[in-house]
Design a protein around this ligand. Structure first.
Ligand code: BES
Ligand code: MN
Ligand code: MN
Length: 475
């Protein structure tokens, strides 16, 4: 069976691929918001039926405690041909999406996908919708490659052994995935390697393999003071204002060098190697241009002292305040000292930091910094380990070859500052390494209003997966 026919099929069914993606994007599968539980399941059912049409054996499995409390996981398998000798590949993706707020900043409704034409000096032709690049569009690059292989060879992966696992809780911390992996250890353990399209490229026309993601520890802290809101005239200057006190504490999270001050925070950090730093420097990443795109001047290139922007994103741990609130935030003015103030605080982690240990350290640090007369309420939301995978494995080499064949360009080896919890779980529980072959761009507005996936990225993704299957099956 020839890869040429498969590529021709992909090119010929371009519009169909985009239309199918748009159908999927119409389903508002926001996993973090219980109001969308039914929609999340509908998105699972939609993709399950696609896989089933392609000849996969598909099951929608419930998760959570009690079973069904979580969002379902779509599992699909396809038998290998008798002659297949290659690896059993686990393709992982997620069909849930982030919330859409602030909805007023969207140029079109987030679940009413639109195709926008290319702009000179700006983005190319693209589909705009929540989930476009993260991760429905990227999952579709694989699905549509399977569709083309099925049309040409009668088998969606040309006889290669594949299992597909599509999660519905990635964007809300993969709370039930660890348990699911535990319970399906035998089935998943039969896989040799995991393949994920949920990352980005180095740039337009610059494909990349991502060989590492960071870990994450996500918390929420509330500082309680008085047992009631107070008149700021009567009580201002007479008792703690929890907003001021919380801000004072959080401001101490970083020192003058912008290093995290929590004792022990860097203890387990694997230092950056010389060779790795040199390789990253060679990528000629343009931080100034990247800052400019998000409306910042060169002076905004700040972070932990002693490291470049790429090093800070890919190889160093950080602490972030994601949200902070308390008191009066309505229109007009109200004079008040509130009873409490809160913040969402998270940490991006690198090898070999343990998210549970970091959360513990942070909570102890909070307690050690308790403002006079105040009390903490501390919540551990979720966490996941960072992962760095070997860059010399045969399957990774096959992915590199596929990218080269699909794009005509040598793929760059990059890392990302983002997190994908499944990779750490598969490594720890089953010893399975992951290959991140992603097709996103820096300006895709992941998690933001007007999220997009460029049609050329969709095409490159479909072609790359088609070539990857060809690599596995010597086609
Ligand atoms: N696809 C992203 C991870 C990502 C983002 C990779 C940007 C490369 C570039 C993933 O869906 C994501 O958003 N992960 C969360 C994880 C969290 C909710 C546990 C993240 O990184 O914040
Ligand atoms: Mn994602
Ligand atoms: Mn995401």
């Amino acid at each position: 069976m020839s890869i040429k026919q498969v590529l021709d099929t992909i090119a010929a069914s371009d519009k169909g691929s985009v239309d199918r993606l748009i159908d999927w994007l119409r389903i508002p599968s926001i996993s973090t918001d219980p109001a969308y539980k039914g929609e999340v399941r509908r998105a699972a059912e939609w993709i399950a039926s696609q896989l089933s049409d392609l000849g996969f054996k598909v099951e929608i499995r419930d998760t959570g405690k009690p079973l069904g409390a979580g969002h379902p996981i779509v599992m699909a398998t396809v038998e290998a041909s008798a002659s297949y000798k290659g690896p059993h590949v686990l393709f992982y993706g997620h069909y849930d999406v982030q919330p859409v707020d602030p909805v007023s900043l969207w140029d079109s409704p987030p679940f009413d996908p639109v195709i926008k034409p290319a702009e000179k000096g700006g983005p190319g032709e693209r589909v705009v919708a929540r989930g476009a690049v993260d991760d429905k569009g990227q999952v579709m690059t694989f699905i549509e490659a399977c569709r083309a292989w099925k049309a040409v060879a009668g088998h969606p992966t040309n006889g290669a052994k594949f299992t597909v696992m599509l999660e519905g809780e990635e964007e809300s911390g993969s709370a039930n995935l660890g348990d699911f992996v535990q319970r399906h250890k035998r089935e998943l353990g039969d896989c040799d390697v995991c393949l994920i399209s949920d990352t980005g490229m180095l740039g337009r026309n610059s494909p990349a393999i991502t060989y590492g993601v960071r870990g994450l520890a996500y918390t929420e802290v509330t500082l309680h003071a008085s047992n009631q809101d107070l008149h700021s005239g009567m009580w201002g200057g007479r008792c703690p204002n929890p907003i001021t006190e919380l801000a004072r504490v959080l401001a101490q999270l970083h020192d003058k060098k912008r290093r995290v001050t929590i004792p022990g925070f860097y203890d387990d950090v694997r230092p950056l190697g010389k060779a790795e730093r040199a390789a990253w420097a060679k990528l000629k990443f343009n931080q100034k241009a990247a800052l400019k795109k998000i409306g910042l001047p060169p002076a905004a290139d700040i972070g932990e002292a002693g490291f470049t922007a790429l090093e800070r994103e890919w190889g160093r741990p950080t602490a972030e305040v994601n949200g902070i609130w308390g008191g009066y935030t309505g229109s007009g003015a109200k004079t008040v000292i509130p009873a409490k103030a809160s913040a969402k605080v998270s940490f991006r982690l690198v090898a070999d930091q343990d998210p549970r240990k970091i959360t513990k350290m942070f909570f102890k640090w909070c307690k050690d910094h308790t403002p006079p007369g105040c009390r903490w309420e501390l919540t551990d939301h979720h966490g996941g380990f960072g992962v760095t995978v070997p860059t010399d494995s045969p399957v990774l080499a096959a992915a590199m070859k596929a990218l080269k064949a699909a794009s005509g360009r040598q793929a760059a080896m990059i890392k990302t500052g983002g997190s994908i919890p499944v990779a750490g779980m598969l490594k720890d529980e089953l010893g399975i390494d992951t290959i991140f072959m992603g097709f996103g761009l820096d300006d895709d507005r992941v998690h933001s209003p007007n999220e997009k996936f460029e049609i050329d990225c969709l095409r490159l993704g479909m072609r790359s997966h088609a070539h990857f299957i060809a690599q596995l099956t010597n086609a």
